[in-house]
Design a protein. Sequence first.
Length: 158
Amino acid sequence: MDFEEIYIQYAPGIYRVCMAYLNDPDQARDLCQETFISVWQNLSSFREQSKISTWIFRIATNNCLRAIEKSKKVKISGLPAELPFIQEETKEAKLNFLYRCIAELEETDRIIISLVLEDLPQEEIAEVTGMGYSNIRVRIHRIKEKLTEKFKQHGQFE
C-alpha cells in the first residue's frame, strides 16, 4: 500500500479521532496532518508487526496526548441546560452534540470511544491504548452508558 492510498483510507478517521479528542477543528486538522507527516517519514520502517491502522491510530493518539500536555488548557465546559441547535434534526447537529459529550469524558475514555466510532476492533483498540482486551470491553460499556445518560439528560433519547 503506498502513502496516497493510506492517506485516502485513514485520514478521515484520524481527523475524527483528533476532533473527538480535542473538540477543536483547527487543532484536529493540524494533528491529522502531523500524524500523516510521521507516517510519511516512517512508512519505510514500518515492520508490519501490527496492522497499519493500529500503527497510524497509535501515532495519532500520541500526537493528541502531546498536544493536550503542551496546551494544558483543554476547554471542557459543562453542557448548557438548553441546547438550541439540538432541536434541529440534522446529522451535523447530532454529531456536534456527540463531540461535545465526548469532550467531557476523561482523556482515555475519549480516545477509546473515538476508536470505537472508527470501527476498530476491540483487540486493536487494546493495542493502540496499551490496555488489556477485557479492560477495553468494560471501559467501552461504561463509556456508552455515560454517553447514553448525557443524551437522555438532553432529550436525545425519548
